[in-house]
Design a protein around this ligand. Structure first.
Ligand SMILES: Nc1ncnc2c1ncn2[C@@H]1O[C@H](COP(=O)(O)OP(=O)(O)OP(=O)(O)O)[C@@H](O)[C@H]1O
Ligand SMILES: [Mg+2]
Ligand SMILES: [Zn+2]
Length: 400
């Protein structure tokens, strides 16, 4: 091996190994389900640092990034399968609009798959379906047994994006409260951009910086509560710096023409930039917390979505019915809780107050208060609310 010096993005770097991409390893056995026992995912080459293999028996956070179609989601699924193999549950919470997560319905362990729907969704599993459907609000990660279940939060089964995001955050927050466990659960966030916007859309954060900070906090907490978090995102910059620093594994897929952070330039002493930019989808370059630089191989999970096919249609989930009364009720409750509104008087009393005040001349608050046996200030507040926002006090029906 000859020692060369190459100029990488303006920096002179000695290269010790020649660039090479390895061919995809062939499965060793003919049994198509051979992978169900031990899913093929391992470091096949260690370039630097202590020799190790990825750990799935303790919490970790995986940040996967690379260019489009680089194999990010398939690696994320493969990592989740490794945690499931060791007995943990998978929470597959956040995916793009193609419902990629429904791929789990084609897995051989489909009896362990539970689809999570909104309270307002009336769908039932089709005849003969092996998976279950339950309300997302009934799922409490603190109390469900750790037994290799796959909980899939499916956007299709929610009336609105807000309701979907709300359940997504609720589940993650419940996960973050766990204080004892036997197996590590795996939270799969397929589109981290979406997860960030969830905190904004549900009004939990006001600015994107606040949202990023909140996600960073959640990520750090989850590590101490028996969960691993696997995040799949296209670019590195949009997930804040703290997230990058707390990642146990930084998994780089084919980088294509994407910018590579300066802090990673040292790896070009071991692999050439061309190698990193042209990786095959089954390959990843992994940097671990302890500084190991490795080439990782993973099999494509056989149930991974085939681009262009609608999994929702295939499984008869593409046209769910919604209970509109429930939708309105939930939306109203949301509005009330967001505005910090509290009912001061009962709805019947409120209607009486409004009626008395509409009379000509209006009856004084003092008399109303005496008649209804409630305080004068409550009457005033109730009436003010009615004038300001009759949708909050429920006098005006929802427009939706
Ligand atoms: N381990 C693998 N072995 C062979 N082919 C793979 C592997 N992983 C992914 N591929 C191929 O690459 C394609 C894209 O993979 P995947 O959906 O994981 O990419 P992605 O980076 O998540 O894309 P996007 O950015 O669009 O979400 C797959 O459809 C599959 O054909
Ligand atoms: Mg993807
Ligand atoms: Zn009113």
């Amino acid at each position: 091996m000859s020692q060369q010096v190459v100029n990488v993005e303006g920096v002179n770097i000695p290269v010790t190994t020649p660039p090479q991409a390895q061919p995809e390893p062939k499965p060793k056995t003919k049994d198509p389900l051979y992978w169900t026992k031990d899913f093929p995912l391992r470091f096949v080459k260690i370039f630097a640092g202590p020799p190790e293999q990825p750990r799935f028996d303790k919490s970790g956070s995986f940040r996967i990034y690379g260019c489009r179609e680089g194999g990010k989601s398939s690696t994320a699924e493969a990592i989740a399968l490794k945690f499931r193999e060791r007995g943990g549950n998978i929470y597959d919470l956040c995916a793009a609009a193609d419902n990629e997560q429904l791929g789990f319905l084609d897995a051989p362990f489909v009896e362990d798959v539970v689809l999570l729907k909104g309270d307002e969704c009336l769908i039932e599993p089709p005849q003969g379906a092996k998976y279950r459907i339950m309300r997302a609000s009934d799922l409490d990660p603190l109390t469900v047994p750790e037994d290799k279940k796959v909980y899939v939060l499916c956007r299709k089964l929610f009336y609105s994006e807000e309701l979907y995001y709300q359940q997504m955050l609720r589940i993650v927050e419940r996960c973050a409260l766990k204080d004892s466990w036997n197996h590590i659960g795996c939270i799969l966030i397929r589109e981290s951009e979406q997860f960030l916007s969830a905190t904004l859309r549900t009004h939990q954060a006001k600015t994107s910086a606040e949202a990023a900070a909140q996600v960073g906090r959640l990520n750090a907490t989850l590590m101490h509560t028996g969960h691993s978090i696997v995040m799949d995102s296209v670019r590195d910059v949009e997930v804040l710096k703290t997230l990058r620093e707390v990642s146990t594994y930084v998994v780089m897929k084919r980088m294509g023409n994407m910018q590579i952070q300066r802090q990673y330039f040292w790896i070009f002493r071991f692999i050439t930039p061309e190698t990193l930019r042209h990786l095959f989808p089954h390959q990843s370059i992994v940097l671990t917390e302890s500084g190991t630089l490795a080439l990782m191989y993973n099999l494509l999970p056989p149930f991974h979505i085939v681009r262009g096919s609608s999994l929702a249609k295939k499984h008869g989930l593409d046209n769910p019915k919604f209970d509109m009364e429930a939708v309105k009720r939930i939306q109203r409750e949301q509005r009330q809780s967001q505005s910090g509104w509290q009912r001061v008087v009962s709805f019947e009393d409120h209607q009486k107050i409004v009626e008395y005040r509409k009379q000509n001349p209006p009856i004084t608050f003092e008399r109303i208060a005496n008649q209804l046996g409630i305080s004068e200030s409550s009457c005033r507040r109730s009436m003010n609310l009615h004038l300001r926002n009759p949708r909050l006090c429920e006098c005006e029906p929802d427009a939706t």
